[in-house]
Design a protein. Structure first.
Length: 133
C-alpha cells in the first residue's frame, strides 16, 4: 500500500499581545475670566483610547492650594474607548489673589502609582467690584 500522506502542519496561533491603556485628559472648563465671589466651574475629560482596561486615580491641584485646595476623585476603571467627565466647583473667595492662575490634573495608575496623563489650564480672576460710596 502507498505510504500515508504526511500529516498537515498546524501552526500554533500566536498568543495575543497584551493591550495597553492610553489615557488622555483635558480641561473643558475653566476658561476665561472669573471674579472674586463667583464660583469657578471645573470640568475635566478623561479618555482611554488604548486597548486595555485602566484603573486610575484622578487628582486636581492649583497654584493657590490655600484658596483652591486639591481634589481627588478616587480610583475609577476605564474600559477601552470609555470617556468620563469629572466636575467640581470652587467658590472664589475675595482673599484669592487677582491674576492668572493654573489648575493641573493628573491621572495616576492605581496599580503602579505612576502618572499616566497630565493636563493644565489657566484662567484669570479679577478683583471683586467694590461698591460705590
Amino acid at each position: 500500500p502507498p505510504p500515508p500522506p504526511p500529516a498537515p502542519v498546524v501552526k500554533a496561533k500566536p498568543k495575543p499581545k497584551p493591550g495597553k491603556a492610553a489615557i488622555a485628559m483635558k480641561f473643558a472648563e475653566p476658561e476665561g475670566v472669573y471674579a472674586q465671589g463667583e464660583t469657578l466651574p471645573v470640568q475635566l475629560e478623561v479618555r482611554n483610547s488604548g486597548s486595555a482596561v485602566a484603573t486610575i486615580e484622578v487628582e486636581i491641584a492649583s497654584d493657590v492650594p490655600g484658596e483652591l485646595p486639591g481634589k481627588s476623585f478616587g480610583a475609577i476603571t476605564l474600559k477601552p474607548g470609555d470617556k468620563k467627565t469629572f466636575s467640581h466647583s470652587y467658590p472664589l473667595a475675595t482673599s484669592i489673589p487677582a491674576g492668572t492662575h493654573t489648575l493641573d490634573a493628573a491621572a495616576i495608575d492605581a496599580n503602579t502609582s505612576e502618572p499616566v496623563a497630565q493636563a493644565s489650564t489657566t484662567f484669570e480672576i479679577r478683583a471683586a467690584a467694590t461698591p460705590a460710596p
